[in-house]
Design a protein around this ligand. Sequence first.
Ligand code: GDP
Ligand code: MN
Length: 385
Amino acid sequence: MRLAEIDGKALLRRHGLAVPRGALVGADPDAPVGARDWPGYVLKAQVLEGGRGKRGLVCRLAGLAELAPARARIAAALGDPQAPLLLEEAVAIVREIYIALRIDGTRQGLEVLVAAEGGEDVETTTSLLRIPIAAAAMVTADALYPDLARLFARDLAARLARYAARLPEIARAEDLELLEINPLALTADGRLIACDAKIVRDDSAAFRHDPEEFPLSRALAERALTPLERTARELGFHLVEIDGDVALVTSGAGLGMMMMDLLADHGLAAACFMDNLRGAPDETMAERLRIARAIAQRPKVRAIVFQTVLASRSLADRIEALLAWVKAEPLPKPLFVGIAAGHAATRTMSAEAAVERLAAAGIAAFTDPIALVRAVAEAVGAKAG
Ligand code: GDP
Ligand code: MN
């Protein structure tokens, strides 16, 4: 779950990190109580995508008289006159720093990322310093200092080391996949203030947290779902629609990723990604196929790929169910089936027999996923990338 900036900052504040004073302003732009005393103002759209500064969704205001027109401008750019915006005190920034904590997927551990110059172009202009965090040990400022001292003067490096050392415990307590502060503002009096926050919580840990928490972030995520993605969730699995040319039916993130990579290797792009909502794959094959049929209606989609992996469930049953589905209604695009079945699944039908059974019904089927993807590429005339 990605948190809107205001929710991310609330999370940082409750762990004792400094953030600018601020409040949401609605369609009736009354300045929040106390705002008259702030030294200056920044008005910011609350959307889940980054890069707002470059899209005109962050406005500096000289005074509160500019609030109403600036609000109208941002709301128009968002196409939503009701959009709640964050009004903050402007921080007098002496230096913008980039700091983040994320999971290093390769090492399966946390790492701190730092750049000496934060701001809007950090991804393209600066090289990030990566500091791995040991899994078991308490992270201390002393351990982080030597790396930071390569980028910053001693005093600032020490301050940043203390700041960075607090991030892993916050990430662990809050089950975060990403905690990114850009810019982390250094002020003239030496304070570090998080002027922006991009925070992503691991959805698998949602049960450990208050389901009512962060309603704005929830509403924004809800609005970003396509109708099919919403339907899929109601049917019990997770769907991401993509602008691709193959309606891909899989279960489990690993299998989905592997098939997407194989398709990409052969010049094809998946039109969707499917994952299980709960830990174990639910029996949602019928629902996944129903969604794939809908996605395959798109003119751009050229093929449907159904890759199934069975450990103990009966392959024979699955093939019969698949054939019944195909017969029920003409398919909008040609179907390619991949079969991987373990010993227990093949008691009454081997994978080879399943391929033959499908072939007899005019459906291309494969036991090797690479052969499957190759056949799809050939059929639709894709060029390997
Ligand atoms: P993003 O573009 O979506 O990452 O939005 P940010 O919240 O990072 O804002 C974009 C830029 O506006 C930042 O990189 C800062 O340069 C600037 N900015 C944001 N808040 C403040 C502030 O309080 N004071 C000053 N001086 N600049 C700010
Ligand atoms: Mn930012």
